[in-house]
Design a protein around this ligand. Structure first.
Ligand SMILES: [Mg+2]
Length: 231
């Protein structure tokens, strides 16, 4: 079971500091690229607070909260310009062409498919539809099934997300392994549901953490045959 964003799908740089600054400039904002670390942190805190209030439900309001927190964190400006910039970022996030597959994705999927491993997508689907992404990147030739939070109404780490996909696949939790970039949503959610899990830690932020982790999908085939973390 693969997570999508930041696992298979790489958002383009328009969702990073230079992209926000460029988008803001279109609406007259002078955003400060040097404040990116604080802005990212503010967005993380805002997203966390919102999730604490809403619970583990699919939430179309989360993306605007993140966009506004980043824009304000980069310096903000006139409310109408902030609003227009946020709307442009949110619109861009909905389009698969603003994303790419990481270079290690297709080689990994080819190896797993060759080994007879069945694969599926499990995504919290923030702002873009799974069907659009699957079609745009021709992932349907690899994936047996896909479940998004927009379908279940819940988000990972809610058990309902994992069970919905496993029911579709007719696979027992113990025979499934989740691969994703979020410790809380992907790894802890999967393990709580009786599945295995491997953290894809592309940035090396979780070095030394007591869980199976890989830094690139090139490591996944070997990691799957050797070990998968189980509660
Ligand atoms: Mg992710």
């Amino acid at each position: 079971m693969f997570d999508l964003d930041y696992t298979l799908l790489r958002p383009s740089e328009q969702f990073e500091a230079p992209g926000y600054v460029r988008s803001g400039a279109r609406f007259g904002l002078r955003l400060d690229v040097g404040r990116w670390p604080q802005a990212e942190r503010a967005a993380y805190v805002a997203a966390r607070e919102r999730r604490e209030r809403t619970g583990l439900v699919h939430d179309d309001g989360l993306l605007p909260v993140i966009a506004h927190a980043i824009i304000e964190g980069l310096g903000g400006g006139q409310p109408a310009a902030v609003e227009a910039t946020a709307a442009a970022i949110i619109d861009a996030w909905s389009k698969p062409e603003n994303f790419g597959l990481y270079d290690d994705v297709l080689p990994c999927l080819d190896v797993l498919r060759g080994a007879g491993v069945r694969m599926a997508l499990l995504s919290n689907a923030l702002g873009h539809g799974l069907e659009d992404v699957v079609a745009h990147f021709a992932l349907d030739e690899y994936m047996d099934a896909a479940v998004s939070s927009a379908q279940t109404g819940a988000v990972k780490p809610a058990p309902r997300m994992f069970s919905a996909l496993l029911v579709l696949l007719r696979v027992a939790p113990a025979a499934a392994v989740m691969v994703g970039d979020s410790v809380e949503d992907d790894v802890e959610g999967a393990v709580a549901g009786g599945c295995g899990a491997i953290l894809l830690d592309r940035a090396g932020r979780a070095v030394g953490a007591p869980l199976p982790r890989i830094e690139t999908l090139a490591e996944l085939p070997a990691a799957l045959s050797l070990r998968a973390w189980r509660a």
